[in-house]
Design a protein around this ligand. Sequence first.
Ligand SMILES: C[S@@+](CC[C@H](N)C(=O)[O-])C[C@H]1O[C@@H](n2cnc3c(N)ncnc32)[C@H](O)[C@@H]1O
Length: 340
Amino acid sequence: MRLKNTWINGDCLKELKKMDDESVDLVITSPPYHNLRVYSNDPCDLSNCESYEEYYYLLGLVIAECSRVLKPGGKFVMQFEDYNYTIGRDNKMGQESLTGDIDRIMKEHDMSLWTKAFWRKYSAQRAMLAQGNLYYRNMKARDTILAANVGFVYVYKKAGECELIKASDITLEEWADWADGVWNISNSGIGHTTPFAEELVKRCIKLWSCPGDVILDPFAGAGTVNKVAIENNRNAIGIELKKEFYDLANVERFNKWDDSVYETEDSIEKMKERFNEQLLIGKEQSARGKAEKEEQKQLRDRKKELRSEIKELEAQLNALGMKKSEIKKLKDSVKEETND
Ligand SMILES: C[S@@+](CC[C@H](N)C(=O)[O-])C[C@H]1O[C@@H](n2cnc3c(N)ncnc32)[C@H](O)[C@@H]1O
């Protein structure tokens, strides 16, 4: 199978318009969060809007385009945070909640919430703890705001059905680790201020797509989604406005690939084989578990039987006139002998 890594420098609103309807299997993205971080002074930059209303309007246009290019039943993984205001930047305290607004835009464009996970970025957590004294010094009783450090991974589903395949690209062990939806993943990156952790992207790709699928990131930053998609045998399309980030990905990430098109041996059939192998392992594990339980039950039953036999013997000895203290001595000596 041939895979393609498409890496575009431009405004996602313009670039998405060039793409065909229903040509993408999975969207994974982390948009700018209004003015939390301003990436550039480009008028097309969503982090550079005059007001929250303008930001919300433009984000809606991008989501509408993503919904158009997504196949029916395809998933849209939106990674975002409700962030703390600061006096310096926002002239107020409290939290900006993007959750409700994002949910509203998604619904307006045929997408409904499918499932979700929470990303605890523990390297950032450590950085916050390092400044703990500063946070603590500035606390005001009755007015505490937590230095929350949890990202949301909301997975939306476009109306309609995708081709359902009775298999998965994740192992049993991965499932056991990921299924509760609370993901402790250390954040890391290659020079972008707000990078995706590669592990987070890998989980999303393996959970909601198949080998050979097309994965899109309209706010691609330093190309994390492209890199991880190709490494996991998926096609990738990334769009990034800022030339500096676009070049960074080209130099740091994509230079090891001679061409943007290359071959892979992987396929949906191979994924099915991997899945069936995992099912066998699962069956063996549960059979072993059952056998162990049965063995323990038999042991418990045998102990019970022995205890009642001993009690019966004690009663007989007692009836023959043996004192309780003598019976105890006898029991202790038998115990000692069996221990020897
Ligand atoms: C939260 S960051 C994404 C980081 C990315 N997930 C990564 O792993 O590197 C948001 C990105 O959106 C880009 N951006 C903002 N407005 C854009 C637009 N209109 N078109 C494309 N990219 C845009 C910013 O330059 C920034 O790199």
